[in-house]
Design a protein around this ligand. Structure first.
Ligand code: ZN
Ligand code: FE
Length: 256
């Protein structure tokens, strides 16, 4: 099987758009639809035709371009079943354990409530690639608009079980601000310090910090480390339950 090809491009103020292409079948999936025009331009530049749209959640900067992109391409839309009442133009509703296909490449649908209660992520396990929407960010995680800390900690804990070399495509370029916050709660973390320096260097050259990999996030992202004793101590919760540590870290980030 030939490897998937991916195009990543900025959309709106700080979103990334992603196109995933299977060169054998010619199928191309748009991951979310922040901006239909940007997706059409990226597809044309690559010489690809968008045949599918996969939504991670219902927010406007993820599903707002569904109708326009479907009208322009005829693409079939896959979206989380929980969001039946609030995502447009969908052909297939998916939930935990479902599979979506791009030619012979298979992505597992993983249900990750927290940022919203419908959020799903798409994991091409055999390809080592995941599209995680607003669940996991580089050095951060999505704000808890709908779920509670226990929901999000459970969702992130499941993603943490993927192999360390999994390439993680997050939907926003928030990494530099996330790094400043992460250092405030985990100041002695050497992997984090190195990572933050690299992020500063990339941003100074106007380069993206996405994709990231799960291994570096496990070492440096405080939202994946709520069960780390050092982090718990650092936020004044030595010995506390990981959900309590996660809730405290998330609350601090909301105020940061
Ligand atoms: Zn969102
Ligand atoms: Fe978003």
């Amino acid at each position: 099987m030939r490897p998937l090809e991916i195009r990543q491009f900025p959309c709106l103020s700080d979103n990334y758009g992603f196109l995933v292409h299977d060169p054998e079948s010619g199928e191309t999936a748009a991951i979310d639809t922040p901006d239909a025009d940007a997706y059409l331009a990226a597809a044309e530049a690559a010489g690809w035709t968008i045949t599918q749209i996969w939504n991670t959640h219902h927010h406007f900067d993820h599903a707002g371009g569904n109708a326009a992109l479907k009208a322009a391409t005829g693409a079939k839309i896959t979206a989380p079943a929980y969001d039946r009442h609030r995502i447009d133009a969908v052909d297939r509703w998916v939930e935990e354990g479902d599979e979506v296909r791009l030619g012979d490449h298979v992505a597992d649908v993983r249900y990750t409530p927290g940022h919203t209660m419908g959020h799903v992520v798409y994991h091409f396990a055999s390809d080592g690639i995941a599209f995680v929407g607003d669940t996991l960010f580089a050095l951060g995680c999505g704000r808890l608009f709908e779920g509670c800390p226990a929901d999000m900690w459970q969702s992130l804990s499941r993603l943490r079980g993927w192999p360390d070399d999994t390439v993680i495509y997050c939907a926003h370029e928030y990494t530099q601000a996330n790094a400043a916050f992460a250092l405030s709660v985990d100041p002695e973390n050497r992997a984090l310090k190195r990572y933050a320096e690299e992020v500063d260097a990339r941003r100074a050259m106007d380069q993206p910090t996405i994709p990231t990999t799960l291994g570096i996030e496990k070492a440096a992202n405080p939202f994946l480390r709520a069960d780390d004793t050092g982090l718990a101590r650092s936020v004044g919760l030595a010995g506390a339950d990981p959900v309590a540590v996660f809730a405290e870290v998330r609350a601090r980030k909301d105020r940061f």
